[in-house]
Design a binder for this molecule. Structure first.
Ligand code: SF4
Length: 242
């Protein structure tokens, strides 16, 4: 029999593995789900770690564009890709990414401004390459919007702490209550470090530009979440319009 070999191109992958392509970090969803069906949650979580550092967190809060793209949705309902990610994280016995036995010191010092997902991921990659990393966090807690933008019932704080501890255990240092908010403070970083990575996040609410927006008692969503999570706002009035 004669076979015709055709090389699969980008278009083919997009058409046929659209869940992976819809994922912003190209997580191999079909592979990690296959491992779950085989009962191997550890392998499933390891596959997730190859795409991103925070599967325990994304399994709870990702907006899962992979599910919108899932081909099963054409027949009935898309697979619950996001919840399956959560199950991999929750049921795996080895919950953290494999740690290297030895990291060769590369000798560079790098400052990171902000300890949200971007800053933490950068810190992880830099430490793994042997650089010395110090993260400057303006708030009294690490985690950025994970900690102050999402309520604990949606994202338990233990999940955030585990992710942060995994990175500090590799050697990254986090300095809380350390805002870099003046030109002098920034200049000092430039002098003391070989490189500075700015990962300050999106902590400002979107302004709607409607009359009354700045009246007393009107609060934007991001500010409300931040003040509630930092326990600056302890009570809300009985009647609230959303
Ligand atoms: S749940 Fe989110 S991170 Fe996981 S595969 Fe889907 S889009 Fe990617």
């Amino acid at each position: 029999m004669n076979y015709k070999l055709t090389k699969a191109d980008d278009h083919w992958f997009r058409e046929n593995i659209n869940c992976q392509y819809a994922c912003p970090v190209n997580t191999p969803a079909m592979n990690y789900i296959e491992r779950i069906t085989a009962g191997d949650f550890d392998a499933s979580l390891r596959l997730n770690f190859m795409a991103n550092l925070f599967p325990h967190i994304l399994g709870r809060v990702c907006t899962h564009p992979c599910e919108t793209a899932c081909r099963r949705g054409v027949i009935d309902k898309p697979l619950a890709i996001c919840s399956l990610k959560r199950s991999a994280g929750d049921f795996a016995l080895k919950k953290s990414p494999p740690k290297p036995v030895h990291i060769e010191k590369a000798g560079y010092r790098v400052a990171i401004i902000g300890s949200g997902p971007s800053g933490l991921a950068a810190a992880h990659n830099l430490v793994m390459k042997g650089h010395t990393v110090v993260i400057y966090e303006a708030l009294p807690v690490a985690g950025g919007m994970l900690s102050v933008g999402i309520p604990p019932y949606r994202l338990p704080r233990a999940q955030i702490e585990a992710a942060i501890n995994g990175i500090t255990e590799l050697g990254a240092e986090i300095r809380l209550n350390s805002p870099i908010d003046t030109p002098d403070a920034f200049d000092t970083l430039l002098k003391e470090y070989r490189a500075v990575y700015i990962a300050t996040g999106a902590h400002k609410s979107q302004i709607l530009e409607i009359p009354g927006e700045d009246l007393r008692g009107v609060m934007h969503g991001v500010t409300f979440m931040k003040e509630t999570n930092l326990e600056m706002l302890k009570t809300v009035p009985e009647k609230v319009a959303v």
